[in-house]
Design a protein around this ligand. Structure first.
Ligand code: GRF
Length: 210
């Protein structure tokens, strides 16, 4: 069977992208990163793509005059590279309606906390971990979910719990969570490659391995 073609969108350092590339290259998941798209031409994610010979495309408000043109350009790039699963890995922008419709239930995002808590607009990066610590919660974690038009509200596909320690700083908690992100994201992509994930009535289900 053909490998699952991934289109990864990333704005920042790209450590999740790197973990995905490594797992694809090592054959741990039956997938290949076909294209990386970034709104930040100087991002670590773009550099990582270049290093691995993966097509890297810069698409942003600078390269496209309107949000509609950006939506078209992102969808074009994904389709040109025959992407079947879109993977948001630290992508700081909302996707446009055409891309969301074309890839309904085939766009994943990773969030560094246990949704539906600590998510939504403005909840990214250190803001998330600061809010978790301020709440006094004893656990945080990782959520991988499908993307719809609302921030962090699409069906949850998988979660992993990470302990919050009494003397944690936001950076320490972020680092512990990130380690789990690197494992869980590839695991979930593997489930998609095996055709095991389905969505019914707004909930995501993963069938057992055959
Ligand atoms: C991760 O913490 C992810 O959960 C969030 O953005 C961060 C991206 O980190 N959506 P990296 O660029 O993959 O290192």
């Amino acid at each position: 069977m053909a490998k699952l073609n991934l289109g990864v969108l990333a704005s920042g350092g790209g450590s999740n992208l790197q973990a995905i590339i490594d797992n694809c290259e090592a054959g741990r998941i039956d997938a290949v990163v076909s294209v990386v798209i970034s709104n930040n031409s100087g991002s670590g994610a773009m550099a990582r793509a270049n290093k691995h010979g993966i097509p890297a495309v810069h698409l942003s408000g600078r390269t496209c005059p309107t949000p509609e043109a950006l939506d078209d350009a992102i969808l074009d790039a994904l389709q040109q590279h025959r992407v079947s699963l879109v993977v948001l890995a630290g992508y700081m922008k909302k996707l446009g309606p055409k891309t969301l419709a074309a890839y309904e239930n085939r766009i994943l995002n990773i969030h560094p906390a246990l949704l539906p808590s600590f998510g939504g607009e403005g909840m990214y990066g250190h803001h998330v971990h600061e809010a978790v610590l301020a709440s006094g919660a004893k656990v945080s974690g990782v959520s991988v979910h499908l993307v719809n038009a609302e921030y962090d509200r699409g069906p949850i596909v998988a979660q992993r719990v990470v302990s919050v320690l009494d003397d944690d700083t936001p950076d320490e908690l972020a680092a512990r969570v990130l380690k789990e992100e690197h494992k869980l994201y590839s695991e979930v992509i593997g489930w998609f490659a095996e055709g095991r994930v389905s969505v019914k009535c707004g909930r995501a289900y993963t069938a057992p391995r055959k």
